[in-house]
Ligand binder design. Structure first.
Ligand code: ADP
Ligand code: MG
Length: 798
């Protein structure tokens, strides 16, 4: 057994192995070469563990540099197994060699994961306590122990239930195949008998087993794993999985797995879990498999029989999603779980809304005069869409049933003017109106434009930000509380407890998708049931809207202000930079302004990232006669304000920034948008960024700089300006949670559902949600499970 020092060294090694594998086993996982790192580890171990046997490590260290990436990968897999054995000899060998690929419901002789059938009394007891409590810590599970429990915790797995939620990343098809049907390059599993074996010694030791299957031969090939010869001698019946190479008469299989085909029936579909340095997919599979028979206890059915009959039972679904009998049943299991997930989400959202929507909102209908004066001073005519949406809003605001309306309009469609009209209707009716924006920059922008438009009308507009000084803040807070401030703009500082409104009648949230459910609803709970309006530029597919907003009303701003020219969009590589800079110069000669957006400030996160600071400096050098300014998220509020203002006034020619300008910023004279490292952004985000130009009548341009070969998805942006198409592509590529900016908010994260593909299930869930909402008393069990699902403190309005 290895000592503590030795273990630390091995941990170190394992972490480096993960890095190396992530880099494709190119000997680059460690700076200076992975093989040299191995050498260092080896000599360290030699000192620490003088009687340890590290011949495997020695072999690999010796040859690593000369191997192909594939050979290296195999060697590392082998090494990993070896290391696990070094640390926990008894346990890991059982998992790896016996426990692994068994059919899930089969009783198993090893005791590490399946106690009761085959084991002594005390383990019975232990097992029973674990069973009766699904939230019992994992360390007490057989085969886990304190150390593994720690690693599981790092994956967010603390109890048995968590294990069920740790869904496989993918599945491997291990159905047995005939040699004749194998194709070159595929990964396949075959069964046969070892009829001959050979070992060719050279730099690399190649083990070759000749495996016969119904009169046909295939070679199983291993590199530097001579133990295979001993473990699977001639005459053994084996099952081998690996990549098929068929370039000669007899095919080869580069084996990643081999086992004796014994009596136990083998599972044909093997789940593959996301692994960490200390927990391989195999080990995870063993641990998860060990709790599968608790499924029916932990996940009792809650659907009433008339609904439940259409789906797999809950417990069955959880078992099948981990250890499917067939790909068909896997599909069924997934359907059930997606249905359930979407159902819970819809119920949670509906309840949130019910909690804030009562029938006593103020009737806001006396602002006509004020609104008319605002129209008269507007420098443009409203589009038909804007007029229509404003009417829809006014109709809602006149009712005591509070408004809950989502205005969806692509970037540049003029949502701000719509919001302004609504605010004026509220103020004209004697109430306050508030508008919340997701970033300080955007809040400031809104503040500036609202202030400019409303001051001539005699209104008092204030702005509340997180970064203000205490005295500034106190002054503003009191103005809000005493009603001196009629229109309030701010970031989520607005929803903090210290903010008391005098009479909040309308709450607007801009760029909705950037807020989580919780933040979104908190503004509504301020004041006496204000009317609620949300603005979003991200077109939300219908299915997603249903799920996220329940019965929220939708208004579409589906018309762009007249005279807009499509933005010319081009992909560029580094080579195009010179001509790009020349072009920027020409545009600036014409009096136009330029945005340059970079993915990150400072180089800390990754070496190849072009930092905004660096870009800023090089642009200053390149354009000594122009005003170049830098804007980034870590600047103070006042600093940001000053930089933004200078750009807005046209004093600054080039604004270099991080994505802080992503949403909402409005400078019509800026006609060029340059996006560095474009491949690092999501499509919807790029579309938003591009929307910062093309706001005036001049021709605008957007340049996507990207040096990755795989920048094909950027073509979507070059081809279309249609936010809907782009959002749909984005949804496909990134998943709904991320698109909605909700990953960090927990509540909204969908574990299985892919709302772009699961439209039918979302509709079905919607139908059922309506039933549950109509007669909540009939569906107590459903509500209970829903609470459990979100571990309720998030939702908290019940
Ligand atoms: P978004 O919908 O992206 O929030 P904004 O409200 O910022 O768009 O409007 C974009 C630009 O279009 C602003 O400069 C605004 O003044 C202008 N604008 C809004 N409505 C019209 C209109 N009907 N005609 C012309 N320009 C308009
Ligand atoms: Mg906007």
């Amino acid at each position: 057994m290895i000592g503590n020092q030795g273990k630390i060294v091995l941990n170190h090694l394992q972490r480096a192995m993960v890095a190396e594998e992530k880099q494709g086993c190119c000997n680059t996982g460690v700076v200076g070469g992975f093989h040299l790192f191995l050498k260092g580890i080896l000599s360290r171990l030699g000192q620490l563990e003088q009687d340890g046997d590290f011949s495997v490590l020695k072999d690999i260290t010796h040859h690593y540099k000369d191997w192909s990436p594939l050979q290296r990968r195999q060697a590392l897999a082998h090494l990993r197994r070896f290391l696990e054995e070094q640390k926990e000899p008894a346990l890991s060998s059982q998992i790896d060699l016996k426990q692994d690929e068994r059919e899930p419901k089969e009783p198993v002789e090893t005791t590490d994961f399946h106690g009761p059938d085959s084991h002594a009394e005390d383990s019975h007891d232990k097992e029973r306590t674990v069973r009766s409590n699904p939230s019992r810590a994992l360390q007490y599970l057989k085969g886990v122990g304190p150390e593994r429990a720690k690693f599981l915790a790092q994956l967010g797995l603390h109890n048995v239930k968590d294990l069920f939620f740790y869904f496989p990343r993918r599945y491997e098809d291990r159905s047995l195949r005939g040699i004749g049907e194998l194709k070159d390059g595929e990964v396949a599993t075959i069964a046969g008998k070892v009829v001959a074996s050979q070992l060719s010694r050279g730099k690399i030791k190649v083990v070759k087993l000749s495996i016969e299957q119904e009169g046909r031969l295939i070679y199983g090939v291993w590199f530097n794993q001579t133990f295979i010869l001993k473990q699977f001698p001639v005459g053994t019946s084996v099952i081998v999985t690996g990549k098929v190479r068929w370039q000669q008469r007899v095919p080869e299989i580069q084996a990643t797995d081999i086992q004796k085909s014994g009596a136990a029936k083998l599972a044909e579909i093997i789940p593959v879990y996301s692994e960490t340095a200390r927990l391989s997919s195999k080990v995870l599979r063993g641990i998860i498999q060990g709790v599968m028979d608790q499924a029916s206890e932990i996940f009792p059915e809650f659907l009433p029989s008339e609904e439940g009959g259409r789906w797999y039972s809950r417990a069955q679904a959880y078992q099948e999603i981990h250890f499917p009998q067939s790909f068909h049943s896997l599909g069924q299991a997934r359907e059930r779980l997606v249905f359930e997930e979407v159902l819970f989400l819809q119920l949670a959202v509906a309840r949130l809304r019910a909690g804030v929507q009562k029938d006593d909102s103020p009737q806001l209908k006396d602002g006509e005069q004020l609104v008319k004066r605002f129209y008269d001073q507007l420098p443009f005519e409203l589009t038909h869409a804007q007029k229509r949406v404003i009417q829809e809003i006014f109709r809602d605001m006149a009712e005591t049933k509070g408004m809950a309306r989502l205005v969806q309009g692509d970037v540049g469609s003029g949502k701000t003017a719509v919001a302004m009209a609504a605010l004026l209707m509220a103020v004209g009716s004697g109430y306050q109106g508030a508008m919340m924006a997701p970033t300080e920059i955007l809040a400031l922008q809104h503040y500036q434009s609202l202030e400019a438009a409303f001051r001539p009308l005699g209104l008092n507009v204030v702005c509340l930000l997180g970064s203000q000084t205490k005295s500034e803040r106190d002054k503003i807070l009191s103005e809000i509380a005493y009603g001196k401030a009629q229109v309030i703009v701010g970031t989520h500082a607005l929803i903090q407890e210290s903010v008391q409104f005098h009479s909040l009648g309308l709450a607007i949230t801009d760029e909705q998708h950037r807020f989580g459910v919780k933040q979104r609803t908190s503004l509504q709970t301020k004041g006496e049931n204000p009317h609620v309006l949300v603005l979003t530029a991200t077109p939300i597919p219908r299915t997603l809207a249903l799920t996220l907003y329940g019965d929220l009303q939708l208004s579409a701003l589906d018309e762009m202000p007249a005279g807009r020219k499509p933005i010319i969009t081009r992909k560029l590589t580094e080579r195009g930079r010179l001509s790009l800079e020349k072009f920027m110069d020409e545009q600036m000669d014409k009096g136009r302004q330029v945005y340059v957006v970079c993915p990150l400030v400072e180089e800390s996160e990754s070496l190849d990232l072009i930092s905004a600071t660096e870009r800023f400096e090089s642009l200053q050098e390149r354009f000594p006669h122009r005003q170049v300014r830098l804007l980034h998220g870590r600047m103070k509020g006042a600093q940001k304000e000053e930089v933004m203002e200078a750009f807005q006034k046209g004093e600054t020619h080039i604004l270099v920034s991080t994505t802080v300008i992503e949403v909402g910023v409005d400078v019509p004279n800026a006609t060029v948008m340059v996006i560095e490292g474009a491949e690092r952004f999501g499509l919807a985000q790029l579309h938003q960024l591009r929307g910062r130009v093309g706001r005036g009548s001049e021709q605008s341009y957007c340049f996507l700089l990207s040096d990755t070969k795989n920048s094909r998805r950027l073509d979507v942006l070059c081809e279309t300006q249609d936010g809907f198409k782009i959002a749909e592509e984005d949804l496909k590529l990134r998943g709904a949670g991320e698109l909605l900016g909700t990953r960090q908010h927990g509540l909204m994260e969908l574990r299985l559902a892919d709302l772009s593909r699961d439209g039918r299930l979302v509709e079905q869930a919607y139908q059922f949600t309506q039933k549950v909402l109509a007669h909540p008393e009939h569906y107590v069990r459903v509500w209970q499970e829903c609470d459990q699902f979100f571990s309720i403190e998030n939702v908290g309005l019940h």
